[in-house]
Design a protein around this ligand. Structure first.
Ligand code: BV8
Ligand code: ZN
Length: 258
């Protein structure tokens, strides 16, 4: 069987005590969640920057809510794919593991990942612009048009980070600390275009991490990666984690015989 992965990569992942993973929309593509910059039919005529911003929301809250209601319905129907499941297994193998995601679909948590830092929020949470009251999707999707707060009548918005908005400070700080401490940093299913998330691979590399990219097409990060595994994450990740599990088991049986 042709070797899928370099010995160096398997060895580094098998021996690593710190591994950080950054995921983007591509990891959820095989679950049926459209990516941002792929062709998404109905919404492809809009750029995310045109809809995912406070100015768009204030200018046309109905349109922005139609987009989010559509995405909430899609995400409520989908489930984690083998790529999400493989990352749960990888977390169990590595002593210190952090999963930093740009995705707002909650699929990593639903798959069973535990240390998940959500840089761009979570589409299952919403809050009132005026008083900050929190609402789940059931509450907001039951309301017609632009959902208004039960307590103060203010407009409710999705709890996601829009363009021009700061990332949640604590999640960002944890993500930077994890990236800075990693021996291996995996960038998976992201076009590496959106900042500051896209600066995490550079931070990891500057601190000596081996940088690995898993993506079906090259991105601005590819030339800086130590390894570029071209393909779909739902196919590559189960094989990669399986190889790491085998390497760790072989190492364990070797040391137990010494
Ligand atoms: C900030 C939540 C400052 C909402 C998102 C110029 C003008 C204006 C702003 C800027 C500018 N230059 C830089 C900026 C900053 C801006 C930015 O980076 N813009 C980019 C577009 C240039 N960033 C911000 O505004 C950030 N905030 O900077 O604030 C500040 C600081 C302090 C105080 C106040 C303010 C906020 C950015 C967060 C925006 N919110 N999402 C929502 O989702 O509705 S971003 C959005 O894009 C998603 O989070 C998404 O995850 C993210 C990145 O996209 P990707 O995940 O990479 O998805 P994409 O479709 O692009 O790529 C998918 C990849 O998967 C592809 O490569 C594809 O090949 C691959 N793929 C496909 N199939 C598969 C696959 N991979 C694996 N397997 C498969 N099967
Ligand atoms: Zn309110």
């Amino acid at each position: 069987m042709t070797k899928l992965f370099s010995e160096r990569l398997i060895a580094r992942l098998a021996e690593a005590s710190w591994v950080t993973v950054l995921t983007g929309a591509g990891v959820s593509a095989e679950s049926g969640v459209p990516t941002f910059r792929g062709t998404d039919g109905l919404w492809s005529k809009f750029k995310p920057e045109e809809l995912a911003s406070m100015s768009a929301f204030l200018r046309n809250p109905e349109l922005v809510w139609k987009w989010y209601a559509h995405r909430k319905e899609v995400i409520a129907r989908v489930k984690p794919n083998p790529g999400h499941d493989a990352l749960v297994r990888l977390e169990q193998l590595v002593p210190h593991f952090a999963l930093v995601t740009q995705n707002i679909d909650n699929l990593h948590r639903r798959a069973g990942s535990r240390t998940v830092y959500e840089l761009h929020g979570n589409i299952e949470r919403n809050y009132c612009l005026e008083c900050g009251a929190v609402f789940d999707n059931e509450a907001v999707l039951a309301k017609p048009g632009v959902p208004l707060c039960d307590h103060c009548g203010g407009k409710i918005r999705p709890d996601v980070v829009w363009f021009g908005e700061a990332l949640p400070e604590e999640q960002w700080n944890y993500a930077v600390r994890a990236a800075s401490s990693s021996e291996v940093f995996l960038s998976i299913g992201t076009s590496a275009l959106v900042y500051p998330a896209a600066s995490l691979p550079q931070i990891a590399r500057r601190n000596g991490a081996m940088l690995v990219e898993i993506n079906p097409e090259p991105t601005p990060l590819t030339t800086q990666a130590d390894e570029f595994l071209q393909g779909q994450s739902g196919k590559i990740l189960p094989a990669l984690v399986g190889a790491v599990e085998d390497a760790r088991a072989a190492h364990r049986s070797l040391t137990s015989r010494l």
